[in-house]
Design a protein around this ligand. Structure first.
Ligand SMILES: Cc1cc2nc3c(=O)[nH]c(=O)nc-3n(C[C@H](O)[C@H](O)[C@H](O)COP(=O)(O)OP(=O)(O)OC[C@H]3O[C@@H](n4cnc5c(N)ncnc54)[C@H](O)[C@@H]3O)c2cc1C
Ligand SMILES: Cc1cc2nc3c(=O)[nH]c(=O)nc-3n(C[C@H](O)[C@H](O)[C@H](O)COP(=O)(O)O)c2cc1C
Length: 746
């Protein structure tokens, strides 16, 4: 078998080592355009967890690598003039040059034919190769040559960064956040060899331009950064080695192979350096590719490459996602400078969501204890009965005169179990048990203000006296048996109405008893759905009056809070998005005009709702269609307009307005949208979406990324989620019902 490897970085070299061992008879030729000792960059860093697989894959290189390691477990963060240390992390680092030397030596030993200073301009010389491994890095020419098959996506990010070295030997992973007249500069630095550390300087592109770094050469910018970080460098120098300012591209490809060509390492996917995974990913690709040949044999190369992608793709996406979350955190880090250093450090440690509250408590209980104390102080909270600060989820929260026992919210969930809008025993048990379950606030399902405002014929409503009485029974039950507050989500389904419910008709339009839906524009939600009626002023007045009337009934029923549903493509949400609102009158076109009707409804409801009771709004912060439709920036404008009109809380969801939306799901995936509103609009926000339990709730709250957390599906699985968390964290809930007290410590 003849194998050609283009690129002598970690991916190409490590693949060659492993493949030569798996197939000693294979001829492996590796081409690298640089000289053998021409390594750019400084140290590479690995975490504890990374190393396991490498030992098994090739014990010889593993031993040589680990001998070259320096180990450390602390993370020092310098922010706002203070140093905060977190411990228990377990990292190791080594010189990138040494790593490549080890790989090159091993390749020589095994008989890999390496040719340095050989630039490969195209693949025409390798027609006889059985396999071509494109390990040619971030700017892979092979990937670009076959872009039609690989379908690469390059997302050029907002920061500039340069890899420097320094002759200062640091004792820990070190982050430095230095605010300047130009904006924030941040450093990611770590030791890797005797008397040497990596020192990456990063800032937003506009900050870099303002500082004039675009006009400096490599040496000048090194001296400029040396000066900026002089107090930390302590007289030491910043060293250069092609330390040019770069923009990070997040590279991804839909497909990783074409005929007998496969892309691996940075050519296939990049991961931001802030989680130190580029080299690790490259080496793991190499292992997985060789494993695929072990599994499938070498007679059918395409089959092995398909098997490689199948086995590796999801894992690599997971790491890329964590890296991307971390990257976005650093792009926006200036917003966290307002946080106190302890909260900032907690936030930094949990930024990629791979480390959470519980996990950090195992690594560094002291930092978590300090964070809890700080959370208590910042929220004007009091210690628990044991004199210790409460776990953040059990911190009380207040909106107007509504006081919540804790910060867990049962997110609205349609039950499709009402008759003519009338809720019954199902709703009593469903909502009642979640109130008893300890949540601070329970929000009802989408409750419609008129019959034609329902999604399905079995949706809940609040448009007649019978409805009011039925809801009052549930509200009274929650109030008398628990400390939970109960809110009603008032809504109108708009063009998404008149459908079957999910488990009988798969959300498709009704075939019998259908009604005409109204919408901002005569555009159906799905192309084959009935066209809705474009609302005229009379329709708007009717909807407005229905919302006001439902508000009066909500007050009569005794609800503590109203949440207006302006999310998920229902009527008010469909006014906000330009994809569903294509009006050219005063209620469409610009965002300002698209907001007009939802704001009219908000103002009318606010006026009808008692002043001492809070009014929240749920929005879809993005349509998840890149720059089309509602964007995160638009949601900031909407939230500000609502806040200015007396909105107390924004419940930040996403999507639902366009079937083409492509949400990027993942744990706590909507938190960044909530956080942006919290910091840019400076108002309370509620995060929702794949917040999978108490650990996530505490992670989000302690990092100061949201004020409340709403959980939907986890509450379907466990109505007593908060009570269980109270047991887990050894906390006595005020809301523990008397009849359940005896079970507290069982
Ligand atoms: C300047 C720089 C410094 C870095 N420093 C560090 C660091 O200190 N620590 C760290 O953890 N990560 C560092 N990284 C990131 C890290 O190198 C990558 O994530 C990792 O090396 C990916 O491995 P790879 O083998 O896929 O790609 P690379 O390491 O980029 O290797 C690709 C190789 O292909 C060669 N090549 C490309 N085209 C051709 C061609 N046509 N013909 C022949 N050869 C070709 C290139 O010269 C290169 O050596 C650095 C990246 C850069 C760009
Ligand atoms: C069965 C079900 C019904 C839902 N009904 C509503 C609803 O009536 N109103 C609403 O705003 N969101 C509704 N949602 C969305 C949830 O409130 C929540 O935003 C979403 O499920 C993400 O949270 P989770 O990951 O905790 O489930 C519903 C979700 C589920 C699973």
């Amino acid at each position: 078998m003849k194998i050609v490897v283009v690129g002598g970085g970690p991916a190409g070299l490590y693949f060659s080592i492993l493949m030569k061992q798996a197939r000693p008879d294979a001829q492996i030729q590796l081409y690298e355009r640089n000289r053998a000792d021409d390594t750019f960059g400084w140290g590479v860093v690995f975490s504890d967890e990374t190393l396991g697989g490498f030992q098994e894959a090739d014990p010889a290189t593993f031993e040589a690598i680990t001998q070259a390691f320096r180990y450390w477990s602390d993370i020092h963060t310098y922010v706002n003039g203070e140093l905060v240390t977190s411990t228990g992390h377990g990292f190791c680092g080594m010189s990138r040059k040494r790593l490549l030397q080890i790989f090159q030596e091993r390749c020589t030993e095994l008989g890999v034919e390496m040719q340095f200073e050989t630039e490969i301009p195209n693949l025409s010389a390798f027609a006889d190769a059985d396999l071509i491994v494109a390990a040619d890095g971030i700017n892979s020419f092979i990937r670009e040559t076959h872009a039609d098959v690989f379908k690469p996506h390059l997302d050029w990010r907002r920061c500039k960064f340069a890899w420097f070295g320094t002759d200062l030997e640091l004792s820990a992973f070190t982050f430095i956040f230095k605010d300047t007249g130009f904006g924030l500069f941040q450093v990611h630095a770590y030791p890797f060899d005797d008397g040497l550390s990596t020192f990456i300087v990063e800032c937003r592109e506009e900050v870099w331009l303002a500082a004039g770094l675009d006009r400096m050469d490599e040496e000048e910018s090194a001296r400029w950064c040396e000066n900026l970080f002089a107090e930390w460098l302590d007289g030491h120098k910043l060293l250069t080695n092609r330390s040019l300012w770069r923009t990070f591209p997040t590279v991804s490809n839909e497909c990783w192979h074409h005929d007998n060509i496969v892309i691996i390492g940075d050519a296939a996917h990049t991961a931001h350096f802030s989680i130190g995974s580029g080299t690790k990913l490259a080496m793991e690709d190499a292992m997985a590719l060789v494993d695929a040949f072990r599994r499938e044999g070498v007679s059918d190369v395409e089959k092995a490459l398909t098997s490689y992608q199948e086995a590796r793709y999801v894992d690599s996406i997971k790491i890329q996602k964590a890296a991307q979350t971390s990257l976005v955190w650093f792009e926006n880090s200036a917003r966290y400078l307002a946080q106190d250093p302890i909260t900032f450090q907690f936030n930094l440690m949990t930024r990629s969501k791979r480390i959470t509250y519980d996990n950090l408590e195992l690594r560094d209980p002291e930092l978590v204890a300090k964070t809890r104390r700080r959370f208590m102080e910042l929220n004007g909270d009091t210690p628990g009965p044991d004199g210790e600060p409460r776990v953040p989820m059990f911190s009380p929260f207040r909106l107007r005169e509504m006081e919540m026992d804790n910060r867990v919210v049962v997110s609205p969930m349609c039950q499709y179990s009402a008759e003519d809008g009338l809720v019954g025993d199902w709703h009593l048990v469903h909502l009642g048990s979640r109130a008893i379950g300890g949540a601070g606030l329970v929000i009802t399902e989408m409750t419609d203000v008129s019959p034609e405002g329902r999604i399905t014929p079995s949706c809940a409503g609040l448009w007649n006296d019978e409805h009011t009485a039925a809801w009052k029974r549930i509200v009274d039950f929650c109030h008398t048996t628990s400390q939970a507050r109960i809110g009603v989500q008032l809504a109108h389904a708009g063009r998404k109405g008149s459908v079957f419910h999910p488990w009988t008709g798969d959300d498709q339009p009704l075939t019998e008893g259908a009604w005409t839906c109204v919408a901002p524009s005569a555009l159906p939600f799905q192309p084959d759905w009935p066209v809705p009626k474009e609302m005229d002023r009379a329709d708007m007045d009717k909807v407005l009056a229905d919302f006001v009337s439902a508000t009066g009934r909500a007050e009569q029923a005794g609800f503590d809070l109203i949440e207006l549903h302006m999310a998920h493509g229902y009527l008010l949400s469909s006014f906000l998005s330009p994809l569903s609102n294509q009006r050219r009158d005063d209620y469409g076109d610009s965002l300002e005009k698209r907001m007009r009707f939802p704001l009219e409804v908000f103002e009318a409801v606010r006026a009808a709702w008692p002043q001492d009771k809070p009014l929240a709004v749920r929005i879809s912060a993005t349509d998840w269609l890149r720059d089309e439709g509602m964007t995160a920036a638009d949601s900031v404008v909407v939230a500000r307009a609502l806040r200015d009109r007396g909105c107390d809380l924004i419940d930040v969801s996403t999507a639902g307005n366009d079937p083409r939306s492509q949400p990027v799901y993942g744990r706590m995936y909507q938190v960044p949208f909530a956080e942006r509103i919290k910091y840019e609009v400076e108002m309370p926000v509620m995060a929702v979406g794949a917040i999978l339990g108490a650990d996530h709730v505490n992670t989000i709250l302690a990092a100061g990324r949201a004020d409340l957390c709403a959980l939907a599906r986890p509450h379907l699985a466990d109505p007593y989620l908060t009570l269980h968390a109270a047991q887990r964290y050894d906390w006595t809930l005020q809301s523990l019902p008397g009849p359940y007290l005896a079970g507290r410590n069982s």
